[in-house]
Every structure is written in C-alpha cells, then in structure tokens.
Design a protein around this ligand. Structure first.
Ligand code: ZN
Ligand code: ZN
Length: 92
C-alpha cells in the first residue's frame, strides 16, 4: 500500500476559501512543485518537510491556493489517502 494525495491524483478537488476575503480560492498544485528547478521531478515521497512545510512523512500533501479576487496565496495541507489492494480509498 502507498499513500497518495487525492487532489494530485485527480480523485477529488480541494475547496479552500481565501484567508483574506473568503472567496473560493483555486488550487495551484503541490507547493513543492514551486520550489527550485528540480522540484517538479521529485517524487512525492521525497518532499517530506520541504522548507518547513509538512509533506508525505506527515501524511499530508501541501498545496498552494491562489485567490482569484485579491491574489492572496496560501498553503493548505491535504490529507493523503491509502490505496489498498481492493482499490477503495480510505482516509488515514
Ligand atoms: Zn497533492
Ligand atoms: Zn481573497
């Protein structure tokens, strides 16, 4: 079994409201994808504690959200889910 991010894998969309104005913010992808030239090529398992943000080792995938109304950007941790042999996803 392995833990995956349901948002990165297209299983669900995370809804997050802008902390500044409350508008529904857009998911801009994994926070680690924004780090350094090599970040996009790293596997999710490698991103634990990147620049102080929690990663796979903490059971979360940190995503960056951007508010379309005021431009505020913030990070939100998405809980990873286990992929068991029967294929039924369960929160961990
Ligand atoms: Zn993710
Ligand atoms: Zn906003």
């Amino acid at each position: 079994m392995s833990a995956i991010c349901p948002v990165c894998n297209g299983l669900e969309r995370e809804a997050a409201c802008c902390l500044a104005c409350g508008t529904l913010a857009e998911d801009c992808g994994r926070f680690s994808d924004w780090l350094g030239p090599y970040a996009p090529y790293r596997e999710q398992d490698d991103i634990a504690m990147t620049d102080g943000f929690p990663g796979a080792a903490q059971g979360v995938c940190t995503h960056t959200f951007s508010c379309p109304a005021c431009g505020w950007e913030f990070q939100q941790a998405i809980a990873l889910v286990e992929v068991p042999a029967d294929g039924v996803l369960r929160p961990i």
